[in-house]
Design a protein around this ligand. Structure first.
Ligand SMILES: [Fe+2]
Ligand SMILES: [Fe+2]
Length: 315
């Protein structure tokens, strides 16, 4: 069990504890020698670290993702906490308790899965319902779906994050039918429930949150597409046009080419899926900033690279 968590670090504090070295970067000083900038992570968050001496030599021994024993002092850099590193040394994985490093949902995930099952049961289209059952009644799928994060960093980046993100989107979808009755609510709900299932293989979430080789090479959109195609092939007479529309929705859910979407949404349900996804992801980024800053007297977050703004943290 760790005694120093990122979330609780205070200015001036001496730190000697295990962290994940989540990033390492060597930079050159004006005199030609080097210093190193690190990111240290545990289940409560991330803090930057800086090593002034012997940086080139030290960095050689570590790669991103290694567990390290960090020795240093918490300092202030431009109003932000940072660790001035005295030393880092390697740690045997067997000394590490993974519960210290994997952030987990505060919600009861079994309850979240029950809510998702409720949405599956409410589907009236028999083909779509069968397809959803092939996933959500499959125990091994549910085991992975309940544990997977929705991201490594961007949003819902914790165990159970994928299930929470999907349930939130399903709740929003459930309310949309009254406003847009012309939309096919079964199709939209199916797209929502399946849009990110590829993440169960995109991320590693056993010892630490990371992207798998498959995730790096294919990404969750392509992986999810293949998973859906495979299950549809097991359903007799699944209509071709329904299959095409559902696959398009999954493929286009990132909405814009520059956000990694192979296609932009081409009909109403696809556009709605994209915006519901975007809404839940962005709102969670804001809520995350609020949660991780509750103990610190700050009015503004650091610049958020994905939201491209500082978040107001005041009351
Ligand atoms: Fe996605
Ligand atoms: Fe998503």
């Amino acid at each position: 069990m760790k005694s120093h968590y990122v979330e609780q670090l205070e200015l001036g504090q001496a730190v000697k504890d295990i962290f994940i070295l989540s990033r390492r970067n060597l930079k050159e000083k004006k005199d030609g020698t080097h210093f190193a900038v690190f990111e240290f992570t545990d289940r409560t968050g991330m803090i930057e670290g800086i090593l002034w001496d012997n940086a080139q030599e030290t960095v050689k021994y570590f790669k991103s993702g290694d567990f390290v024993l960090l020795n240093g002092t918490v300092n202030d850099y431009n109003g932000k906490l940072q660790i001035v590193v005295s030393s880092i040394s390697p740690v045997d994985d067997r000394e590490v308790d993974s519960a210290d490093f994997l952030p987990a949902s505060e919600e009861n995930i079994e309850k979240v899965i029950k809510e998702i099952h409720g949405f599956v049961n409410a589907i009236t289209d028999q083909h779509l319902k069968r397809l959803l059952e092939l996933f959500f009644l499959d125990e091994s799928f549910i085991m992975q779906f309940s544990r997977a994060p929705a991201a490594k960093r961007a949003h819902h980046a914790y165990l159970g994050g994928l299930a929470v993100h999907t349930r939130n989107m399903a709740c929003l979808t459930d309310k949309l039918h009254d406003v847009y009755p012309a939309c096919n609510s079964d199709l939209l709900m199916t797209g929502v429930l399946l849009h990110d299932i590829g993440k169960i293989h995109e991320y590693a979430y056993q010892r630490k949150l990371d992207i798998t080789i498959k995730g790096h090479m294919l990404g969750h959109i392509i992986i999810g597409n293949d998973m859906i195609v495979e299950k549809i092939s097991q359903i007799e007479d699944f209509p071709d046009d329904l299959k095409l529309k559902l696959l398009h929705m999954v493929i286009a859910h990132h909405g814009e080419y520059e956000w990694g979407s192979p296609k932009v949404p081409l009909f109403g349900e696809a556009l709605l899926l994209h915006f519901i996804d975007n809404l839940d992801a962005k709102l969670e980024m804001i809520m995350h900033e609020l949660r991780r800053n509750t103990n610190r007297e700050r009015l503004w977050s650091d610049f958020h690279p994905l939201l491209e703004r500082e978040i107001y943290l005041g009351e």
